[in-house]
Write a protein that binds this ligand. Structure first.
Ligand code: ADP
Ligand code: MG
Length: 679
């Protein structure tokens, strides 16, 4: 098909240009026509020269004179006079000596540029000039501006896209007609035309709506199909035993919050069904997710099944094992819990394997290696994935194998708040529970933005806390890499603190490039109070409990997402003591509104929404997903669009429509299905 051909098949595209396009990830004709402008400059309205006003202007005029000269070494100015019936105006270009040659008198041109003061006189500065025609590209229209690369400027891209105009005008529709009609959308060909050649801004907006709708519709459809397929898998039914739950809750050293109760109840209902649970529990750091997960595992274990509890690190696995052990003790089940991690001695390991194989061990706590390693868990019915919100198709397939072809129930837990729009699209195939309240009596972390000038003062305050026995995390955005930002690197900060300000304290360093066992050792030292201060990158083990830490100091705060800082500060004051978070700016400018929000709100969702709005999904997913999730047009903050696309996708699934009748759509969706691989 024409669309799949390499762009060299287009007029004006040779190998050289094709290579440059490749740098922009454009290889096929299809890539090219979907290479949408970054922004638009509205030069669409022509004015008579006599009526020009400062700002972006377009005129239709002849060039009456043009000359170039060097004003200083290396600085060239071209000046020309353009005239129409109403008058004349000066045109000025800097460092474009070829202009003089290219301007012919007696020709009529479209000229677009900024009309502004230059050396006390008004002129059109650095204008685009193009022979007047019915179909101008670079002037006298809404001019699309593309992301450029060296040697491939927007003007050239415009020209090449124009040579594919014929193809765009004959594009086939990808969406079902009914959906187009119901949602009042432009058809595909119209929309892509309007992206590259908008007649007016309204048309361009309509095009964005159509294309954004298509992306979200596809994503939603993909996640709904995934969900449907996943729910058809065979699973273990785990009936609810009320007595057991009551007994367990009664013996806890605290009263469950209403949120925790509600979520546990949702989980129990899921596990009673004959389709595998796939639920995500979201709750701020400290909201008490562990006990919720333990209660889920308890129910499975009591029916003779096994539950695997997977933590992101060995240290955290060990902490979980201790926690579970003490919670289960109250009902005499502590011997059913077992830890299995890589660093255990071979003898311990083989003992653990034996207990798992015999079925004596029902609560199996470890890291993600649990599903990779050769662990024989034939009665596995529940998998708990802690501190991760992505657990994809691949991992689930592995689990299925581990439990003899039956799909275990999966419960993932995360402290990352996921805005509603993301929940509907990317996470559409998960059921989500939210633990919305923290246990009573928790003090909010006192949060303060600190300008570099007040750094010493802050250190003095902090040192008093440390003297009183508290511990402090210092989190830096970098390890060491960039020269320019060395001041923000964990290594540099560590040296600064350890050798001067806090030389009377024990300071440790932890970063992602260290070996896993080194990291664990340092972390352990910190947990056991052998260090007062831990300087680290964000590898600070998620969820690790350092009960005695009350201070979180974040360096280079502008570089972090708000939700990320929010999670960091959730790691201090875990015993309910007053805790502090210092957000240190890298310069003394006034802090942004964005950062200010951290001082004023403790609502993780609000912060995540702000992140999404200002920084896009990457801020929430980190590196993991934003790259793959190549939404070209749709904004993940556009709730209205997302809801209507999502509803259309639902209707489509419920109707008798066959996806196979829409081959292009089907192809898109199979791509999306691997992205939203959360089923
Ligand atoms: P997270 O959601 O970050 O995983 P944890 O499960 O580690 O939180 O719980 C944090 C602390 O709160 C633990 O010490 C836990 O025992 C305690 N906790 C959990 N639920 C409650 C509750 N309802 N009331 C009081 N303390 C609770
Ligand atoms: Mg936790």
């Amino acid at each position: 098909m024409e669309l799949e051909k390499n762009i060299v098949s287009l007029k004006g595209v040779g190998e050289t240009i094709a290579k440059k396009f490749k740098l922009l990830d454009v290889e096929t004709v299809n890539d090219l026509i979907n290479y949408f402008p970054r922004r638009y400059d509205d030069f669409s309205s022509l004015s008579p020269i006599s009526a020009l006003k400062p700002g972006q202007v377009s005129i239709k005029a002849k060039i009456t004179s043009a000359k170039g000269r060097y004003v200083r070494r290396g600085m060239h100015i071209t000046e020309a006079i353009a005239s129409d019936e109403s008058g004349s105006v000066r045109l000025v270009w800097f460092n474009q000596p070829y202009r003089v040659e290219s301007l012919k008198s007696h020709q009529e041109y479209f000229i677009s540029g900024n009309f502004e003061l230059s050396y006390q006189r008004f002129a059109v500065m650095n204008p685009s000039v193009e022979l007047a025609s019915d179909f101008p590209l670079n002037a006298a229209r809404i001019v699309p501006v593309y992301r450029e690369t060296k040697g491939l400027k927007s003007a050239a891209i415009r020209k090449i896209i124009a040579s594919a105009r014929n193809i765009i005008e004959n594009l086939e529709e990808t969406l079902p007609d009914q959906i187009i009609a119901e949602n009042n959308l432009l058809d595909r060909s119209e929309a892509i035309m309007a992206m590259h050649f908008p007649k007016n801004m309204g048309r361009m907006e309509a095009a964005k709506k159509r294309l954004g709708f298509e992306e979200i519709f596809g994503l939603s459809l993909a996640s709904l199909i995934n969900k449907k397929q996943a729910s058809a898998e065979k699973t273990h039914v785990i009936p609810f035993k009320e007595d057991l739950a009551r007994q367990f809750v009664a013996r806890l050293p605290f009263k469950l919050t209403d949120s925790q109760r509600k979520v546990v109840w949702q989980i129990y209902q899921d596990m009673q069904k004959d389709e595998p649970m796939n639920r995500l529990v979201e709750g701020d750091v400290g909201s008490g997710k562990t006990v919720v997960a333990t209660m889920a595992a308890l129910m499975a274990a009591d029916h003779g099944y096994q539950a695997a509890f997977m933590a992101p690190t060995e240290l955290l696995a060990r902490q979980h094992a201790d926690t579970l052990h003490s919670m289960l003790k109250s009902i005499g089940k502590e011997h059913e819990a077992i830890l299995l991690i890589g660093s255990m001695k071979p003898a311990q390991k083989s003992a653990a394997h034996k207990q798992i194989k015999s079925g004596k061990a029902k609560f199996i706590i470890g890291t993600h290696a649990l599903i990779a390693e050769k662990v024989d868990m034939h009665k596995l019915s529940l998998v708990i994935v802690d501190e991760q919100h992505r657990f994809g198709v691949e991992q689930r397939k592995k689990l299925q194998k581990k439990s003899g072809g039956t799909m275990p129930h999966v419960l993932t837990m995360t402290a990352t708040p996921i805005p509603r729009t993301l929940a509907l699209t990317l996470y559409g195939e998960l059921d989500i529970s939210i633990i919305s309240e923290k246990p009573k009596g928790r003090l909010p972390v006192k949060t303060e933005i600190v300008s570099p000038n007040s750094r010493l003062q802050m250190y003095r305050k902090v040192d008093k806390e440390i003297a009183a026995g508290s511990q402090m995390f210092v989190v830096c955005p970098l390890i060491a890499e960039s020269d320019m930002l060395q001041a923000l690197s964990a290594e540099r900060v560590y040296e600064g603190l350890a050798k001067s300000v806090f030389k009377h304290r024990r300071v440790g360093l932890l970063h992602g490039k260290m070996k896993a066992d080194e990291k664990e050792k340092i972390m352990e030292q910190f947990v056991h109070k052998n260090l007062n201060i831990l300087v680290s990158t964000t590898v600070v083990e998620v969820g690790v409990d350092v009960p005695n830490a009350t201070i979180m100091l974040v360096e280079g705060a502008e570089r972090f997402g708000l939700a990320q800082i929010h999670q960091l500060r959730g790691r201090v004051g875990r015993r309910g003591q007053q805790a502090y978070c210092y957000i240190v700016m890298s310069d003394s400018k006034a802090p942004s509104k964005r950062l200010k929000a951290l001082e004023n709100t403790t609502d993780g969702f609000k912060l995540a929404e702000l992140d999404l709005e200002i920084r896009g999904p990457g801020a929430i997913y980190g590196r993991m997903q934003s790259g793959q999730l190549d939404l070209r047009v749709a904004k993940l903050t556009d709730v209205k669009l997302i809801e209507s696309a999502r509803n259309s996708a639902k209707d489509f699934i419920e109707s008798k429509e066959q996806l196979a009748n829409y081959p292009d759509l089907a192809c898109q969706i199979s791509n999306y299905r691997s992205i939203t691989n959360l089923n």
